[in-house]
Every structure is written in C-alpha cells, then in structure tokens.
Design a protein around this ligand. Structure first.
Ligand SMILES: [Zn+2]
Length: 166
C-alpha cells in the first residue's frame, strides 16, 4: 500500500491558489468548446517569481497552460536549465502546477508537457493529482525510462550517426 503524500508546503499551496485564481478569473466564452480556456498553470522560480499561463484550446491542438507558462518564463529570461553559462542567470523554474476550471482542481501534466519539462527544466518539481490526493514529484517520477533528446543527440554524434533520426 502506498503511503499518503506529505502535506503540501505553504509555497506549494500558494502556487495552487495563484493558478486557481487565474482560471476562475477568466470570462466564460460565448462559444464554449471552441475558445474556452479550461486550464491554468503557474510556475515558480528559484527567486520567487511566478509565471502563469492558460491553455489555448483549439481543435487542431492548441498549447497547454504549462506550455504558455514556460513561454512566459522564457520571455522573462528563464528559458531553460540548459542555457549556456554566458547568458545563464542562477534563476531556475523549481515548481509547476496546473489547475482545471469548474472547480476540478489540480491536474497532472499531459505527456507532451512532461517531455517539455524534462527537456527544458529537468530539475523542476510538479504538483500532481494522485487520486484524491495531491503530491509533489520530480520528472524522474513523471517520466521513468524517459527519452532525453540531448543525451540521444550526443550519443548519435559520438557514434558517427549524425543527428538524423534523433
Ligand atoms: Zn500538456
């Protein structure tokens, strides 16, 4: 039997509150299912800055809220944990959460967002839903046996295969 998760910290609860307030503040669309935003995300940096985003629903596959939050962080100079040392600040994204509309609460990131987080911010921790519980996990738990694009690119290069197909 899996033990219940430890209580969330005040900072983790605050990030959920921020994302919840954001999704609850949005006006309802007059064309639901076409343009409604249904998920918000909030990302906390190591210096305490918070970057938010909401999904852009579209039948062709609009971006998730987490993706928009990552873009907002990038626009503020936090592009990736892999940023080169010459342009890198010490500020990193350390915590992410997504919250669904209509009182649905915390939602776990989709597969694409998990891969994005792994490739851009491998040290980030994510608040996820685990049944009726919420817990904070790292990318190793979200994506076990993951595909690490940078590692595979290096392997292909050192084995003389180039980067095709990587
Ligand atoms: Zn997603």
């Amino acid at each position: 039997m899996v033990s219940p998760p430890p209580p969330l910290s005040p900072i983790e609860v605050q990030l959920i509150t921020t994302a919840t307030a954001l999704i609850n503040s949005l006006p309802k669309s007059t064309t639901p299912h076409l343009t409604d935003q249904s998920v918000s995300a909030a990302a906390l940096s190591s210096t305490g800055r918070v970057f938010t985003g909401v999904n852009i629903f579209h039948f062709t596959g609009g971006p998730c809220a987490e993706t928009i939050a990552l873009g907002n962080a990038a626009a503020a100079g936090i592009n990736s944990s892999h940023t080169s040392p010459s342009t890198d600040s010490d500020e990193k994204l350390v915590l992410m959460v997504a919250v669904a509309s209509r009182g649905r609460g915390v939602v776990s990131p989709c597969g694409r967002c998990r891969q994005l987080l792994l490739d851009y911010h491998p040290g980030i921790r994510v608040i996820v839903r685990d049944g009726e519980e919420r817990r904070v996990v790292g990318l190793q738990e979200l994506l076990p046996y993951s595909y690490v694009w940078e590692r595979e690119r290096r392997r292909a290069g050192t084995e003389g295969l180039g980067t095709e197909g990587v």
